[in-house]
Design a protein around this ligand. Structure first.
Ligand code: NAP
Length: 345
């Protein structure tokens, strides 16, 4: 395994982070524990979850993933050996079951954190992330910014003050942002510097062969400001494995089960996926290995958050750490990227 520092902290996290959002729906508690044991055995120390999980979000399974991690921590008694990341949900009208529409007020964040700590059976979170912005902006598949309102919701400085109080109480060690834009990252950095408030350590955004939008406005900031990317959905929900090509609907696979998850499989994404699959196979790589190795190798990536529903997938995904793509494959990838840029933002 390889390790990187989280932002400017002294916390070292594995280059592969274990994503968990299928545990509690597609995966049982026992399967979640099996994945955790295996990942730790492969020297992964970084685990990512969220209050909202498992997915798709619904009132009956809200918090189920954190509970599964909590029972594992309690069983293994290894809390100090892992770097645990979770998230507080941002504003979303469709999440009425979370505090009757979540936001980042001190009251709501305090309630969110206390409940996450209980479910996770721990007294601190290493990395507490704001899952998506409270203000209206472009994320979750929306590429272009359309200005909708002057109202940004809870001001950046107020959110930072709340996070500072959590750090002071020892309930979180660091904080990160997610699904953020360059404007958001800039504001968190600026307000922290101006007012001596906590500095953001990471940004968790989507990044994969078919969604490289991070490179447009954020990769330079990630490197220069040392706020590295925690790349999510590196396989574009499994699409980049190639298993949905030619109209296939693999049994028990995410998009077969939940066809509303349509972010990564429109016509253009499918066309790009076919090109990447062909390229991987022509170099003797599996499409999954190539897609994950590509993310692992990017210099602005602190950690690649993988997801798996079977142990065979988990093994293949972790094995990607040992694959290094040559300059010539990277050039061929860039040719496809320039011909079909970011089909699935
Ligand atoms: P992903 O790598 O794009 O998709 C993972 C899914 O692809 C698996 O659940 C599995 O689904 C399929 N898969 C995985 N390995 C495979 C393989 N070797 N061969 C074939 N199919 C394979 O990642 P993700 O699950 O979307 O995201 C990973 C993690 O990132 C999440 O658990 C979560 O922690 C985080 N995340 C964060 C956000 C955010 O808004 N911050 C959003 C999304 C995810 P099937 O078996 O069902 O096909």
């Amino acid at each position: 395994m390889e390790y990187n520092y989280l932002g400017k902290t002294d916390l070292k996290v594995s280059k592969i982070c274990l994503g968990t959002m299928t545990w509690g729906q597609q995966n049982t508690e026992l399967e979640g524990h099996e994945q955790l044991d295996y990942a730790i055995g492969r020297d992964i120390n970084f685990i990512d979850t969220a209050e909202m999980y498992s997915v798709p979000a619904n009132p009956n399974t809200y918090g189920s993933t954190e509970k599964i991690i909590g029972t594992w921590i309690n069983k293994r008694k290894n809390r100090s050996e892992i770097v645990l990341a979770t998230k507080a949900a941002g504003k979303a009208e469709w999440l009425k079951h979370i505090r009757n529409t979540p936001n980042f007020s001190k009251k709501q964040l305090t309630e969110a954190l206390e409940n996450s700590l209980k479910r996770l059976q721990t007294d601190y979170i290493d990395l507490y992330q704001l899952h998506w912005p409270e203000r209206p902006t472009n994320f979750f598949g929306v590429l272009d910014y359309i200005h909708k309102s002057e109202d940004i919701g809870t001001p950046f400085e107020e959110i930072l003050e709340t996070l500072q109080s959590f750090i002071g109480e020892g309930k979180i060690r660091h904080f990160g942002i997610s699904n953020e834009t360059p404007y958001g990252m800039h504001q968190y950095l600026l307000q922290a510097e101006k007012r001596d408030l906590p500095r953001v350590v990471s940004i968790q955004n989507p990044y994969s062969l078919i969604n490289r939008t991070f490179e447009i406005g954020l990769s330079e900031m990630a490197i220069r400001e040392k706020v590295g990317l925690l790349a999510y959905s590196p396989l574009a929900f499994g699409v980049l494995s190639g298993k949905y090509l030619n109209g296939q609907k693999p049994e028990n696979a995410r998009i077969t089960l939940f066809p509303n998850f349509s972010r990564y499989n429109d016509e253009l994404s499918t066309k790009a996926t076919q090109r990447y699959v062909d390229l991987a196979l022509s170099h003797g790589l599996t499409p999954t290995q190539m897609a994950l190795a590509f993310v692992n190798q990017r210099d602005f990536v602190t950690s690649n958050i993988i997801g798996a529903t079977t142990m065979a997938q988990l093994k293949e995904n972790i094995d990607s750490i040992d694959i290094k793509l040559s300059e010539s494959i990277l050039k061929e990838i860039d040719i496809i990227h320039h011909q079909i840029p970011n089909p699935a933002p």
